[in-house]
Design a protein around this ligand. Structure first.
Ligand code: KG4
Ligand code: ZN
Length: 394
């Protein structure tokens, strides 16, 4: 089984091709290609992702990213005769599918049409949640490919992708092979990204339930906004982490600790906007000069506050639902303090429970996780209509 996946929910244009063999539950996953083209540079000067710029960039990037993915997978064979009658009919339909992306259609016609249908079994695409203009480009592009190559199209929830990224581990035998790590259900997953912060209870591949989520800003969003307040670049997560690591000696104490919002609330919800505002007030009181001087300290205290809340609530959920595995996924899962604290606390307080962290290179948005999620959750019959659903829930 070979799946080609497309991901464009935010500011990464990503295409992956993966081959699945072995048993259904414990497949060997051959990563034929996994291309991610980041637009972070384009959005950095605005301090966050601009939806219409993201759409424009996806329109520009999808065709070259696909060609790279096909070449890397050795599936690029540009020898099709583009003159035959059947193909002319297809082109008419392709133009209709991509009518809102004329620039993309022109590129598609010129550069994708000549390729002989690659040896794949299905196409999967992120249909939501995400930025509407960005999602639509990916969905329409995947629809066009599915029509051109006569392949089924499997819509996938972006958060399901992040969930499955936590199940993967590197094979010791081949460097382009991944395996599914041994896990036991039920599991609790902490999914933390730029758009979402969710605690998800997983009883089987089909039974997943969100038991808590953020009431305002997502954890990654808070990192991005606080980075901006501190004069650091977008994306803020890695910047704040790096700034916090600069703190060697504490020569000056911040006037007070930052809050740990909702850490003791009885539910599993989160709230990070108050924490962001607390940083805003703190920097206002300190003034620009002192803020810059104390920046590593503020970054460290902010990071500790976010991590403490995330870890404490995940632990409590793991205890209440008596789970056998704790999973971590999403862009913020790259944060080393979060990885370290979550592993430590689970080991100490729930020694029978395993803690499964995603491979660092698969924490951010990528299409490989969309291919893997399609393999595990895709319906046998592809749906007739695939739409972008910006507010899709798990
Ligand atoms: O999953 P993701 O790549 O995109 C969305 O689905 O939103 O997550 C992106 C988020 C950004 O907010 C970014 O600042 C955050 O993940 N992030 C981090 C780190 N690396 C990325 N946050 C904290 N620490 C990091 N090392
Ligand atoms: Zn994501």
């Amino acid at each position: 089984m070979r799946i080609l996946a497309v991901e464009t929910s935010c500011d990464e244009t990503a295409i992956a091709i993966a081959g699945f063999s072995g048993t259904k539950k414990w497949p060997k996953i051959l990563v034929l290609s996994n291309i991610v083209s980041s637009q972070a540079e384009v959005h950095a000067k605005y301090g966050g992702v601009v939806p219409n710029l993201a759409k424009r960039e996806h329109q520009r990037n999808l065709v070259p990213v696909l060609i790279r993915a096909l070449k890397r997978a050795k599936l690029a064979n540009p020898k099709r005769k583009t003159q035959n009658y059947k193909l002319q009919l297809k082109i008419k339909k392709l133009e209709k599918i991509l009518e809102r992306e004329p620039e993309l259609f022109a590129r598609f016609k010129k550069s994708i049409l000549p390729f002989i249908t690659p040896h794949i079994d299905a196409i999967s695409v992120t249909c939501g949640p995400g930025l509407a203009p960005a999602l639509w480009v990916g969905v329409n592009f995947a629809k066009a490919l599915a029509h051109l190559w006569d392949k089924p199209l499997i819509p996938i929830n972006h958060m399901t992708g992040h969930l499955y990224s936590a199940f993967l581990k590197k094979s010791e035998r081949k460097n382009n092979q991944l395996l599914v790590a041994s896990y036991r259900l039920p599991a609790i997953a902490l999914l933390v990204s730029g758009g979402h912060t969710e605690l998800v209870l997983m009883r089987s591949n089909k039974k997943v339930k969100v038991i808590g989520e953020t009431l305002d800003d997502a954890a990654g969003e808070a990192f991005d906004k606080v980075a901006r307040i501190l004069g650091l670049r977008y994306p803020g997560g890695p910047e704040i982490s790096c700034e916090a690591d600069k703190l060697l000696v504490t020569s000056y104490q911040l006037p007070n600790k930052l809050p740990r919002p909702m850490i003791t609330s009885k539910d599993y919800n989160f709230s990070f906007s108050g924490l962001k505002t607390a940083v805003l007030y703190l920097t206002r009181d300190l003034g620009p000069k002192l803020t810059k001087k104390l920046r590593p300290q503020i970054a460290k205290e902010f990071q500790s506050a976010v991590v403490e809340v995330l870890v404490k609530k995940t632990l409590r959920a793991a205890k209440e639902y008596k789970v056998k595995t704790v999973l971590l996924g999403g862009g913020v899962a790259a944060n080393s303090l979060l990885r370290q604290r979550l592993t430590e606390i689970i080991k100490k307080e729930l020694p029978e429970t395993s803690c499964q962290l995603p491979i660092a290179s698969l924490t951010g948005d990528n299409a490989l996780m969309i291919a893997v999620a399609a393999y595990f959750t895709g319906k046998k019959r592809a749906p007739k209509k695939v739409l972008a659903e910006p507010n899709l829930r798990l």
